[in-house]
Write a protein that binds this ligand. Sequence first.
Ligand SMILES: Nc1ncnc2c1ncn2[C@@H]1O[C@H](COP(=O)(O)OP(=O)(O)OP(=O)(O)O)[C@@H](O)[C@H]1O
Ligand SMILES: [Mg+2]
Length: 450
Amino acid sequence: MKLQYQLNAAFAALILIVMSITAFYTYSLIMDMLIQDERVQLQERAVLLNRISQEQDASVRLSQLSDLVQNQNYPLLLFDLSQEEVLFSSLPAETAVDWMNRFEDELASEEVWESNGESYVVYPISFAPNSSQRILVMATPLDDLQIVQNAFAQRMIRVIVIGLLLALAVSYFMTNRLVTPLSRLKQEVKKIEKRKFSEVQPVKSSGEIKDVEQSVRHMAEELERYINTQKQFFQNASHELKTPLMSIQGYAEGIRDGIFEGKDAERGLNVMVSEAERLKKIVNEMILLAKLDSSEDVYQPSEVNLAELTDQAKDRLYPLANEKGVVLHSSSYHKFTSYVDPERVLQALINIIGNAVRHAETRVDIISNISKDVLSIKVIDDGSGIPEDLLPQLFQRFIKGKEGETGLGLAISRAIIERSGGSIRASNNEDGPGAVFEIRIPKRPNPDLS
Ligand SMILES: Nc1ncnc2c1ncn2[C@@H]1O[C@H](COP(=O)(O)OP(=O)(O)OP(=O)(O)O)[C@@H](O)[C@H]1O
Ligand SMILES: [Mg+2]
């Protein structure tokens, strides 16, 4: 069942229940009020009758009495309890005797008396002054009151029906406002399901639905970006793997068919070995990247002083810097410990400083700063800088410049730094030539000690 119908049905059921309960109580209350009102009138008439009965002149008394009884058609009963005799009655004889007999034991305290399936609102009084044993009973058939009550019930039903229709109209209007953006959102989600990301349109909505709508659109953008990255990754990966494989195949076939002989064959074999090495490196790095994304055991953290790690990375790159004639300078700091994997973080530092040394003209600076329990390491070189078109996707797999190698170093570095709870970003030096890489690593306590 559609959500809108469910909401409307629930709303209508609620209104119906509330109105029915109200109607039931009002209906009972109305009957009580009518009975009380009728009894007041009966009492007034009883007083009048009493006055007539005290009239001295018997003929006047009789004529007034018969006027009162006949003109207004009151059911009336007068009986004498001591003599067990009905003195006067405008009710059926059977009812009169029945009431007289049951009066003392049962009926005296009741407001509604019954006889032969008929109910009457009654008002009994002692018909003084002649005798306290004489009881005058004024009565009104309950049917008369029920006519009034039924008229009230009919109106009540009309009010309930009108109320229900109005409630349904309001409910339809409100649920429509709620459900329309939801069904539009459903259509947009269907487009995402069919991967038609560019066709996803904003949906006019408010409140929580707007939040959901924004999350859905954000999710679509992220999903599109992710799928494109994956596509690019597979294209790049197959290209990177194909190039060395083709070279190995070419030389292997050449040597087998006797095209390369002697020195040429030797050179071919050397190329095959180095290309096989390159393939091994690419595959190993790809496996490492995949593991960094998912597996636990590839990253084994311990309490590490990052000042020592930076010095180690610098020491390892001295030979390369010397060979290139590049000065490697670092600002020293005493200690900054964090709970990270030393091997992996060293690998990330070596890759970033190594890139800087490879691209630098004369100098690489490693500037470290500690503020608010976060260590910032900036690696600045004076080389040609990062090509602008490469910058947005620099940390993606197989993205590399003209003189790049495999293009996996920065992707691995970012995965390691993020796994260490930190972040990394790259930019070009604003004050001069060259690139700036900034790594930020927070102080993470050893969870086993805390
Ligand atoms: N300091 C830098 N100056 C200029 N360009 C840089 C610098 N560092 C990185 N790059 C560019 O970013 C690309 C990607 O770097 P990355 O370390 O990911 O791969 P790589 O160095 O080419 O290969 P490897 O996977 O062996 O590290 C490089 O090919 C280079 O074009
Ligand atoms: Mg590199």
